[in-house]
Design a protein around this ligand. Structure first.
Ligand code: AMP
Length: 417
């Protein structure tokens, strides 16, 4: 049965916590952005304040075995500073029995990178390039088999399990999903996970109407499942950014050399038809800022999005698009935003994305609930200084995207089961 962090008695208990400490490091192993560490602090401090001890486990990067560069030892001091207590380190996550057993209330032990072991992800490593299907199957079977022991060992260190790693909640890994089974009466979400789940529910289950989704970014292919799931839920669907051109082409528009995916035109048409059937208002860009080369300083002009001359490509939406979208956004009570409205990495073509951020912030100020999540839109709102002017900015890129697709995330299901 799932427990709640606020009512669980941590006194004298050891809590093993899956955190997402996959932070960026520079060449000298200094943390360049500690957002993920800070995001887990409320959960960690709660356990310590209640008289429990902590065993922290995380991955860092994508190592294919033990790799100095991806050692979590580089972040121990920073975690210790953030928590205000010393943090011990177990150099091998499978050999921490003694250190875990010796933990006293208020003490903290961090395990070395879980992904130093193939068992964490449950995927075979070191297979020859020319391995046969049979060999691949055997290797997979072997790693799945040894994964059981791997999980069992991690679980043996603690009395309860907390998952606070939303960033990896879409992965069915040993530490994110499988371990929960060892704590049938003592498993729970951390505060960060709770906030993320609530944010998803606020838009996908309990949206106040009108509900508007703003979906942008580069490729329709990566957002197809998102669009399909949202069609049955939203009142308005604003499709912006590079992916919008496939839809404009599907409507018979001339998009010049703009980014698009010809093979997805039938799906784009299907989405438009289905939207019409469901009474969803799909709003595409009506005006585009185009250039003749993909660069920040390229001379530009503003043209109707359906009449982009050959040799020109759209890098941002024009003011008339923003005016249309502004009316929709400001009238919304629930807003979900995923994906930028243009090539926002080029300051000269960040205007559309910035204006959308401004509009979402304004709607939020007027009482709308707004969730920004999944990939580059988070980077955009943060970069543009709007992160604290929307209701919630998700910490999980891929996890949030899969949640918006309507998928059940293994890390969430394992606690709720
Ligand atoms: P995604 O990861 O699918 O959310 O896409 C984000 C990327 O889409 C960003 O790197 C943007 O630069 C890119 N993008 C947005 N609009 C355009 C556009 N009109 N042409 C090319 N790339 C774009």
């Amino acid at each position: 049965m799932q427990q709640h962090i606020d009512s669980y008695d941590f006194k004298g208990k050891k809590a093993i916590v899956r955190v997402d400490f996959n932070v960026p490091l520079d060449e000298n192993f200094n943390i360049t952005d500690d957002t993920r560490i800070r995001a887990a602090l409320p959960t960690l401090k709660k356990v310590l304040a209640e008289g429990g001890s902590l065993i922290l486990m995380s991955h860092l990067g994508r190592p294919k075995g033990v790799t100095e560069k991806f050692s979590l030892k580089h972040i121990v001091n920073h975690v210790s500073e953030c928590l205000g207590v010393p943090v011990q380190f177990a150099e091998d996550c499978q050999k921490a029995d003694e250190q875990a057993a010796a933990l006293k209330p208020g003490e903290v032990l961090m395990l070395e990178n879980l992904r130093f072991y193939a068992e964490e992800e449950g995927k075979p490593r070191g297979l020859a390039e020319d391995a046969t299907d049979e060999e691949k199957k055997e290797a997979k079977k072997a790693v799945k088999e040894s994964q059981k022991e791997f999980v069992k060992k991690l679980a043996s260190y603690a009395d309860c399990y907390i998952n606070d790693a939303f960033g990896t909640a879409h992965r069915a890994h040993a530490s994110t999903a499988l371990i929960a089974a060892y704590f049938p009466e003592d498993k729970m979400f951390g505060y960060l996970m709770e906030k993320e789940i609530k944010a998803i529910d606020n838009v996908l289950k309990n949206a106040r109407r009108p509900f508007t989704a703003i979906i942008g970014g580069s490729k329709v292919s990566s957002k197809l499942a998102v669009l399909e799931n949202l069609l049955g839920k939203v009142d308005n669907l604003i499709i912006c950014g590079g992916m919008g051109y496939t839809f404009i082409k599907a409507e018979g528009g001339n998009i010049g050399d703009s980014l698009h995916e010809d093979d997805l035109i039938p799906q784009a048409q299907e989405i438009m038809t289905k939207a019409q059937e469901l009474g969803v208002n799909v709003s595409l860009s009506v005006q585009t800022r185009v250039t003749q080369s993909f660069s920040n300083d390229a001379p530009e002009m503003v043209v109707p999005s359906h009449k982009i001359p050959d040799g020109w490509e759209g890098l941002d939406c024009g003011p008339a698009s923003i005016e249309n979208w502004g009316r929709i956004i400001l009238a919304s009570k629930t807003i979900l935003w995923n994906g930028p409205a243009g090539v926002f990495e080029f300051p000269n073509f960040a205007t559309g994305t910035e204006k959308i951020a401004e509009l979402v912030a304004k709607a939020t100020e007027h009482g709308a609930y707004s969730l920004v999540g999944g990939g580059d839109s988070v980077a955009a709102v943060t970069k543009m200084g709007f992160a604290n002017k929307v209701s919630y900015v998700s910490t999980g890129g891929g996890a949030m995207l899969e949640a918006i697709e309507g998928k059940t995330l293994p890390g969430i299901a394992a606690i709720q089961e």
